[in-house]
Design a protein around this ligand. Structure first.
Ligand SMILES: NC(=O)c1ccc[n+]([C@@H]2O[C@H](COP(=O)([O-])OP(=O)(O)OC[C@H]3O[C@@H](n4cnc5c(N)ncnc54)[C@H](O)[C@@H]3O)[C@@H](O)[C@H]2O)c1
Length: 345
């Protein structure tokens, strides 16, 4: 097996998860080191307070490429990695494997950060949440956009404000590798999470418009929402725009906040006057890498035993809304698919 022999540390540490003192580094590994997981591994290998044990991926070439670059060990079967005695893992394997892998980790009392979406379905997500709760391990979901400093600046600007509406655009060209999900699960789920987080309220109404221009799955989505607190929100997302754009506009009773999540410019308009004039200021935005902040928050939650920044329940709630959009759009498209009703007689 790839990496056997390199993995020499911690064979006597099995079953020790959750028993480490705050002085000891946490032993972490990454399961699935494709596009996202290799970034997890890069960040974790340098994160203070972490002993980065290794990576697991059945793609041996990819696993050893990542392991060699970072000077850690590689295995092709995730349970072999768990045998090394880990305190925590991040799971960045394909979404349809999240449930199986997360449950296996939790069964060994290993803390888990699972990439977004939490699972393939809300029921599978709930299985992970229930198991983590019963085992008393930390479960966090990788909604990394919350850790984008521009998003954090928007959240700060909205503190104490009466939010009226939110408009989010997340568009770009077709992804180089086709996955088996469309833009709602791949992209809009980020923004569903942001809408729920900005408003501190649940989405209670969804009005989706979906279309498949090039792909088999939906590649254009216009999603409208109403939250329990009465906020109207919409997401415009697609894979048909030749350039990437990610913007957030929020109207409150007293302010209009505009954020560009790529350039990380956040501006607020305020002091509206009857003559139409208003003031404008750029807000200060941090420079940190979102993934680093996310993984540091995961480690901090494990150490403190406090609720992680993005809980499993929140991951399930956002996935559930995304699924509702897909189901609703499917139902509404039904008459067109069947074709016009034949008039007999
Ligand atoms: N937070 C974000 O912004 C973001 C961005 C991209 C992807 N993701 C999520 O990350 C996850 C992975 O996406 P990706 O784009 O990196 O996919 P990817 O295909 O690039 O990587 C997945 C990796 O998992 C490996 N794998 C397959 N079966 C495995 C198993 N049994 N055990 C361990 N590894 C296994 C594959 O060999 C591959 O290397 C998905 O859930 C996706 O939704 C999140």
């Amino acid at each position: 097996m790839l990496g056997e022999g390199i993995l020499e540390r911690g064979l006597g540490d099995m079953g020790q998860a959750g028993k480490r003192s705050t002085e000891q580094p946490l032993r972490l590994g990454v399961i699935g080191v494709g596009v996202m997981g290799s970034n997890h591994a890069r960040v974790l290998a340098e994160l203070p307070g972490v002993e980065f044990v290794g990576v697991a991926d059945p793609d041996r070439r990819q696993a050893s490429f990542v392991a060699q670059a970072l000077g850690c060990s590689a295995v092709d079967d995730f349970s072999t990695l768990l045998d090394r005695g880990l305190d925590a893992v991040t799971i960045a394997a394909p979404t349809h494997l999240h449930r199986e892998i997360a449950l296996a980790c939790i069964a060994r009392a290993i803390h888990v950060l699972v990439e977004k979406p939490i699972a393939s379905s809300a029921d599978e997500g709930r299985d992970i949440v229930g198991a983590a709760r019963r085992a008393g391990v930390t479960l966090m979901v990788g909604h990394v956009e919350r850790f984008n400093p521009a998003v954090a600046a928007i959240k700060d600007a909205l503190r104490g404000e009466d939010i009226l509406s939110i408009a989010i655009t997340r568009v770009g060209p077709f992804p180089p590798r086709m996955s088996n999900v469309g833009v709602v699960i791949d992209l809009a789920v980020h923004d569903i999470d942001l809408i729920r987080w900005f408003t501190d309220s649940e989405i209670i109404e969804v009005q989706p418009q979906l279309s498949s221009a090039i792909a088999e799955r939906e590649d254009i989505a216009l999603l409208q929402f109403r939250t329990a607190s009465g906020v109207l929100a919409h997401i415009n997302t697609n894979w048909i725009t030749p350039f990437k754009a990610r913007t957030v506009h929020v109207a409150t009773r007293k302010k209009y906040v505009l954020g560009d999540l790529l350039t990380r410019q956040v501006t607020e308009c305020f002091g509206f006057q009857p003559d139409g004039s208003y003031s404008m200021r750029h807000l200060s935005v941090g420079h940190g890498e979102p993934l680093r902040a996310e993984l540091a928050a995961f480690v901090a939650a494990i150490r403190s035993g406090s609720s992680p920044a993005v809980t499993g329940e929140e991951g399930v709630a956002s996935l559930e809304i995304a699924m509702r959009c897909l189901r609703r759009a499917e139902i509404e498209a039904l008459p067109q698919r069947i074709g016009p009703r034949r008039v007999v007689g």
